[in-house]
Write a protein that binds this ligand. Sequence first.
Ligand SMILES: Nc1ncnc2c1ncn2[C@@H]1O[C@H](COP(=O)(O)OP(=O)(O)OP(=O)(O)O)[C@@H](O)[C@H]1O
Ligand SMILES: [Mg+2]
Length: 253
Amino acid sequence: MMISITSGKGGVGKTSFAVNLALALSPEYRVLLVDADLGLANVDVMLSLAPQVTVRHVLLEGRSIKAAIIKSGYGFDILPAASGVVELVQPDSEMKGALELGLRELDNEYDLLLFDTGAGISPVVLWFNCLAAYSLVLYTPEPTSITDAYALIKVLSRDYGQKNFFLLANQASQKEGEQYYVHLTRVINRYLGLSPYFLGSVPKDPELERSIRLQRPLLSFKRESKAAQAILKVGEELKPFFQKESLKAAVRF
Ligand SMILES: Nc1ncnc2c1ncn2[C@@H]1O[C@H](COP(=O)(O)OP(=O)(O)OP(=O)(O)O)[C@@H](O)[C@H]1O
Ligand SMILES: [Mg+2]
């Protein structure tokens, strides 16, 4: 099953959440974390890895997608993106075709493909969300982040057929996350006719900032921290969805 981790506004915490969620679900599930910010890699940096083969070699030099997969060292695998490769920022339809084929093949070998997308509504972000059975949209308790989350969901649902959304508040207390969820989901329900599933809130936690500086996932060394506990809970919330078949057509919430 493919799930995209995405947001309207940048810097809300997608990559740090994705890395920790991948760890939370491993090794119970075979997880491949795909760095879907193709031309501006982040996942490898967050894990202090230096991949030799990346999606650049796959899409521009004809290497096989499997040749680019590396072990994270934390129980899940990674498909690394390239750093500073302009051609990959907006891949053409040929590249997207090849990538889709490769990802669908990998989808058979892993239980879960997690896409760590870039922010916003650029074509490549929308494309990854389209491919995914579910879009997990992160927001922070700021009006701009909420507005951008709504804009992304609107475009995806109206123009790209994505109807399955999870919402997750990051850097938010439980109360704040819930308040914004209620607000956001009311508008989504009213104008888009959808009911996104709320996954909860991950608090602002200095330990998470420290883990980023250390280039190690928080869950690998501070499982008892507040953010780590919240992310583990999100993992538990998600598990029932993995049992269901990823039928893109149906609205399931
Ligand atoms: N739960 C949290 N507690 C404290 N700080 C956080 C938390 N989540 C994210 N951050 C901070 O937000 C910054 C951005 O996080 P991250 O790189 O994961 O965001 P992103 O959404 O992937 O960004 P981009 O849109 O550029 O890809 C981190 O460097 C970290 O300082
Ligand atoms: Mg990121």
